[in-house]
Design a protein around this ligand. Structure first.
Ligand code: 0X9
Ligand code: ZN
Length: 295
């Protein structure tokens, strides 16, 4: 059962799709159950595996930022591809979380198309939510006020969505090789860290693997994505998910994909772009996984 790529899917549709996909493919797919969001929505993804013991694993999450609707289709496309190709399941076990911030994603459908944060109220303020990509427990820093779009929360992992991902990543460090957070926008493949431009020890490997992904995208879509250090390519950050996964040594390869923008402000690409984006990004994902598992 293939997802829709000609329109955006609601959280309920995506969640139903996840459950149907697991039910229809019991031999290779199982539910990735990370618990509940603040408002009680399911943090449900999919594990795809050949069932062999001792496999390495790779992680993808999408839409930890509520308004980045172009991201979940990329996660769903990864699921389609890995279901269809046993060789991909022989490479690694795949963990894919299509909507990492379901409360925010749902609010972006019902109330505010450009909502970014979680939906947990902040005590003593009328401004709601925390930037989940500043809430991870690696160099978490209490900067900014409640109303800031990058408010990091009252403490590291104050947000259940972030704690759930962080806990999974930390407790699967033995098998995990690659962590990818899928965001929009800007057409970047970003590698750690966000708090310093100082090169990390395996920066050459990070750049080589990221470049393999960018080259695979270029082969189908032309030169588009640039491979950059988060801090120098974008801006300085603390407490981001990719830096957490890398910083606690859960993975040796960690990235943020910033997909294509388009439409108002870049966060609202027309639905006609979905198919194009998933078609061009998948070869990059495949190349990245092949590279990181071989090195
Ligand atoms: O600022 C972010 O969280 C990401 N950009 S977005 O426009 N999607 O909000 C970039 C995060 C990159 N990773 C790190 N800075 N560690
Ligand atoms: Zn984002």
């Amino acid at each position: 059962r293939v997802a829709a790529y000609d329109r955006y899917m609601t959280f309920e549709e995506i969640d139903a799709h996840v459950h149907e996909t697991v039910a229809a493919n019991p031999d290779v797919a199982s539910l990735l159950d990370l618990g509940l969001s603040y408002e009680g929505r399911e943090l449900h993804g999919i594990k795809l595996s050949n069932g062999a013991a001792g496999q390495k694993s790779v992680w993808f999450d999408c839409a930890i930022h509520a308004r980045e609707w172009i991201a979940p289709p990329v996660c769903l496309r990864i699921i389609d591809e890995v279901l269809a190709d046993p060789a991909l399941r022989d490479l690694a076990d795949w963990y894919i979380l299509p909507v990492a911030n379901p409360d925010g994603y749902s609010y972006a459908w019902t109330d505010d198309r450009f909502w970014r944060k979680t939906r947990r109220p902040n005590e003593g303020s009328s401004c709601i939510g925390t930037d989940p990509n500043r809430n991870f427990d690696f160099l978490w820093d209490s900067v900014g006020d409640f109303c800031s779009e990058v408010y990091p929360g009252s403490s590291a992992f104050s947000e259940p969505e972030c704690g759930a991902i962080g806990n999974f990543v930390a407790s699967n460090a033995d098998s995990l090789v690659l962590y990818v957070a899928v965001h929009s926008y800007g057409e970047y493949i970003l590698y750690p860290f966000g708090h310093t431009v100082e090169p990390v020890p395996n920066v050459d490997d990070l750049i080589a693997a990221g470049t393999a992904a960018a080259d695979a995208i270029e082969a189908v879509a032309g030169a588009r994505y640039s491979v950059e250090n988060s801090a120098s390519g974008l801006y300085f950050t603390y407490g981001a998910s990719d830096d957490y996964a890398y910083g606690i040594n859960a993975v040796s390869y960690s990235y943020t994909f910033e997909l294509t923008g388009g439409g108002s402000g870049g966060f609202n690409p027309p639905a006609s772009l979905i198919q194009i984006v998933v078609d061009e990004v998948w070869p990059g994902v495949k190349a990245l996984v092949e590279y990181t598992l071989a090195n």
